[in-house]
Design a protein around this ligand. Structure first.
Ligand code: C5P
Length: 246
């Protein structure tokens, strides 16, 4: 792969949404050109940190998507553990508040420096896309989802968080609000040639990059394609044309 292709390949995060180690290994084997893999709650709860090592044993980087949300001390401790495992990215809930986010950022910096580990990019999750305005009201939030997303994203940046996870629909307002410094990651990506499955508000990879996404989380359109590496290459080509056309 050429350098520009390598950089673009690193924009695609493959969701390892599988039950166990054998299935995770099969996905890793099927995608030699992918660089980043997401380990989420299902696989992590089934197999633990060994899954981080598995991804790394393939020479790949880990996006640890555990959406941490607890008191500041506990989240800081979890972040330290994640840094020791050498993850490249990890997520926490911005609704855990300013202090929780600040402590997480500090814990990552201190541990990376002291123990000579890579400093992961910490990403804030704002409002889960499964929640509608009426759900937010029910749990006592007074803003609608869109305003709540912007409010939490601003708070996250103030607390030192350098990346935000959002839905494709939130890309433009968030990019406008946060400027170019903050990294934005979005799932809900469907190439024009793929089935939507259960994703409702979707965007193609090219559109998402043009609207300001830095990273795309893509699962089934690639992992469940008849030939995953071909699907990966098609997405990569789409990103190349989007970047050229931008
Ligand atoms: O298979 P698919 O491409 O739909 O996978 C998308 C990944 O992004 C899954 O791991 C899913 O949990 C995650 N995700 C999402 N929508 C959100 C947040 C996360 O699809 N709003």
């Amino acid at each position: 792969m050429r350098n520009d292709e390598l950089n673009l390949a690193r924009k695609i995060i493959i969701a390892l949404d599988v039950k166990n180690r054998e299935e995770a290994r099969a996905v890793l084997e099927s995608l030699p050109a992918a660089r980043l893999f997401k380990v989420g709650l299902e696989l992590y709860t089934a197999e633990g940190p060994a899954m981080i090592d598995l991804v790394k044993s393939f020479g790949k980087e880990v996006f640890l998507d555990l959406k941490l949300h607890d008191i500041p001390n506990t989240v800081a401790g979890a972040v330290k553990s994640a840094v020791r495992h050498g993850v490249a990215m990890l997520t926490l809930h911005t609704s855990g508040g300013r202090e929780m986010m600040k402590r997480a950022v500090e814990a990552a910096r201190e541990t990376a420096e002291k123990e000579n580990k890579p400093l992961p990019l910490i990403l804030g999750v704002t409002v889960l896309t499964s929640l509608k305005d009426s759900d937010l009201q029910e749990i006592g939030f007074s803003s609608d989802a869109r305003n709540q997303v912007l409010r939490l994203a601003r708070l996250a940046v103030e607390a030192g968080i350098e990346g935000i996870v959002c839905s494709p629909q939130e890309l433009e307002p968030l990019r406008a609000e946060l400027g170019s410094r903050v990294r934005i990651i979005t799932p809900g990506i469907r190439p024009a040639w793929a089935e939507a499955q259960d994703q409702k508000r979707i965007m193609t990879p090219g559109e998402a990059i043009k609207k300001g996404a830095d990273f795309l989380v893509i699962g089934r359109p690639i992992t469940q394609a008849p030939v995953p590496r071909e699907a990966f290459n098609r997405v990569l080509e789409e990103l190349q044309s989007a970047v050229k056309g931008a």
